[in-house]
Write a protein that binds this ligand. Structure first.
Ligand SMILES: [Zn+2]
Length: 63
């Protein structure tokens, strides 16, 4: 796994996947650019995107 990948944990099934994978799953979304939901590749649950603040905190914890 490349450094800098954003791991998303599905809020429904707990499956962890890279943010890019989830975004690919949303290509069928009618809102071509407006939809920011990240779909779980396993169960198709749409996870809300993480706020930048949360990502920053995660980076600090990851050290
Ligand atoms: Zn899921």
């Amino acid at each position: 796994m490349a450094a800098g990948d954003n791991l998303i944990r599905c809020g429904f099934c707990g499956h962890e996947f890279v943010e890019e994978q989830g975004n690919v799953g949303c290509k069928n979304c009618p809102m071509s650019s407006g939809c920011k939901m990240i779909k779980c590749p396993r169960c198709n649950y749409e996870n809300p995107p993480e706020p930048a603040l949360v990502k920053g905190i995660k980076k600090l914890l990851r050290r």
